[in-house]
Design a protein around this ligand. Structure first.
Ligand code: ADP
Ligand code: MG
Length: 254
């Protein structure tokens, strides 16, 4: 039924490792003793009710948020707190948000070449060539000279994915990348993500798209109330959830 056996060669080394991570917003304990290891090439889908801490988890991994205790390492390196090392780390961790976050006064092509030229010091001609390949890969190469507002939501989100890929990230985080899209545009974005997953990209994906989880995820992590309540293969998780909270959640969305 599913093709979760797609990686017969097995998964690689631990790439993103969270150990006992705790975070508060004032009195709100928003991440509770989070332990999570994502291996090279692994696709982890994070699901859970609204307010359970999924976005905060992504933002914390990318250091858009601080945390009070525990540790996060990427490729064995502890997250730097600031400065150049942090900028470098951010460039290694691609992030795609619900709202596409493109630069509106820049063309599609400029959106994709900016990071590589500024942060990676790539030559403009080389960045352009690379960007055109990526825009072709996500199917928007004909829009390269347009501005974001001239594209549909699905096209803009595919550009956002290309823009992240242009930095050659070691891991990609997606935070509900299709939830702001009209229904007819969801699949074109999920298709790009599925093909990325099958290409071996390490991905952490917050989504309620169960079809994608079944097709592309190696593992589903279920969060509730700031904690990881259970994790399993998509097959096991969807057919045989263990906790009452997961059963209740699946009952509402499936
Ligand atoms: P999810 O993505 O699972 O819906 P979030 O990570 O966005 O959950 O939010 C988790 C909890 O943290 C929610 O109760 C939310 O209201 C709260 N929260 C999120 N961001 C902030 C913030 N910047 N300041 C205070 N509380 C926040
Ligand atoms: Mg969220």
């Amino acid at each position: 039924m599913t093709d979760t056996t797609r990686r017969t060669e097995g998964l690689g080394q631990p790439l993103v490792v969270l150990k006992d991570v705790n975070k508060h917003f004032g009195d709100l304990h928003v991440l509770k003793d989070i332990n999570l290891t994502v291996r090279e090439g692994e696709v982890v889908v994070v699901i859970g009710p609204s307010g359970s801490g999924k976005s905060t988890l992504c933002r914390t991994i990318n250091r858009l948020e601080t945390f009070e205790s525990g540790s996060i390492t990427i490729k064995g390196v502890e997250l730097p707190k600031e400065g150049k090392a942090l900028a470098k780390l951010r460039a290694d961790v691609g992030m795609v948000f619900q709202s596409f976050n493109l630069f509106h006064h820049k063309t599609i092509l400029e959106n994709v070449t900016m990071g590589p030229v500024k942060v990676r010091k790539m030559k403009p001609a080389e960045a352009k060539e690379h960007a055109m390949k990526l825009l072709t890969r996500v199917g928007v190469e004909h829009q390269a000279n347009k501005y974001p507002a001239q594209l549909s939501g699905g096209q803009q989100q595919r550009v956002a994915i290309a823009r992240s890929l242009a930095m050659n990230p070691t891991v990609m985080l997606f935070d509900e990348p299709t939830s702001a899209l009209d229904p007819e545009m969801i699949n074109e974005v999920l298709d790009v993500m599925t093909s990325l997953a099958h290409s071996g990209m390490t991905m952490i994906v917050v989504t309620h798209e169960m079809g994608f989880a079944r097709k592309a995820a190696d593992r589903v992590v279920f969060m509730s109330d700031g904690a990881i309540v259970e994790e399993n293969t998509p097959e096991e998780f969807f057919t045989n959830p263990q906790s009452a909270r997961a059963k209740d959640f699946l009952g509402k969305i499936l």
